[in-house]
Write a protein that binds this ligand. Structure first.
Ligand SMILES: NC(=O)c1ccc[n+]([C@@H]2O[C@H](COP(=O)([O-])OP(=O)(O)OC[C@H]3O[C@@H](n4cnc5c(N)ncnc54)[C@H](O)[C@@H]3O)[C@@H](O)[C@H]2O)c1
Length: 254
């Protein structure tokens, strides 16, 4: 039996990078995967080949009605939502005096408000079934900051605290909420940032391994709890087990 057999997962940012790798991995682990992204996904067939009952919605995470409709259609088709992975995100940086208010707002709207709206869309189903797992994607830069990363890093710091608070609010209701904070992973977003004038600290050599990670590989994680970490962390965190973590911030070194 695969580890996510019978689970229904909703993945945002599913067309590319970390979101796509998560969707594919979940499908291979037996989950029904429903993806959402602003862009179409040329490789989504790989996901449907692994798990035929999947859906993909072209929609904006800033659009509450569109996210609610995608979730409602998944619940209608599959009866429930067990997992949310909120991976939609955009880059944005620069020291504050060079960042326009519009760019600031756009990054907060996609990265932070989008995460809030994704959670808000799936929570009624999870609350009704008194179970579920929400995984948000922040960044090590949302913990530590980085030169020139004001806009992006503030949005990711917000995602971390939103995650902690949701863990407190929903833990007693059977819903686990955790945050992954990747280091640099070689994706289109990373390539857009690397070497940009706005974000001079973004380089693979600034990771602990001196190299960026790749989305398909489960990250090597360091964290304090629980003490022994399974290697294939993303899929593992979405199973319901007695010792499952809650409210954790998982920082991944690439
Ligand atoms: N790559 C890295 O080094 C890295 C490091 C830390 C955190 N992250 C985070 O991981 C997540 C995934 O990033 P990635 O590196 O895979 O990037 P990516 O660009 O490969 O994927 C991001 C996806 O989000 C989608 N998206 C953007 N805006 C959207 C919107 N408004 N509505 C719906 N979808 C939207 C894009 O179309 C894209 O498919 C992001 O939240 C990012 O901030 C990435």
């Amino acid at each position: 039996m695969a580890r996510l057999d019978g689970k229904v997962a909703f993945v945002t940012g599913a067309a590319s990078g970390i979101g796509f790798a998560t969707a594919l991995r979940f499908a291979r682990e037996g989950a029904v995967v429903v993806g959402l992204d602003l862009a179409t996904c040329p490789d989504w067939k790989q996901v449907t080949d692994a798990a035929p009952a999947t859906g993909f919605h072209v929609a904006d995470v800033r659009d509450a009605a569109a996210q609610n409709a995608a979730v409602a259609s998944a619940v209608k088709d599959h009866g429930r939502i067990d997992v949310l992975v909120s991976a939609a995100g955009i880059a944005g940086g620069g020291p504050v005096h060079l960042v326009s208010a519009e760019d600031w707002q756009r990054v907060q709207d996609v990265n932070l408000t989008g995460t809030f709206l994704s959670a808000k869309a799936v929570l009624p189903s999870m609350l009704a079934q008194r179970s579920g797992s929400i995984v948000t994607i922040a960044s090590v830069e949302g913990i530590e900051g980085a030169e020139g990363g004001s806009t992006y890093n503030a949005s990711k710091g917000g995602v971390i605290l939103l995650t902690k608070n949701m863990a407190m609010d929903y833990g007693r209701m059977g819903i686990r909420v955790n945050c992954i904070c990747p280091g640099f992973i070689d994706t289109p977003l990373f390539r857009q940032v690397i070497g940009s004038d706005a974000f001079p600290s973004a380089s693979a050599s600034s990771t602990s391994s001196g190299a960026s990670g790749v989305p398909r590989r489960s990250p090597g994680l360091r964290c304090s709890s629980p003490p022994r970490m399974p290697r294939s962390s993303r899929a593992w965190r979405c199973r319901s087990t007695a010792d499952s973590p809650q409210g954790t911030r998982w920082a991944s070194s690439s």
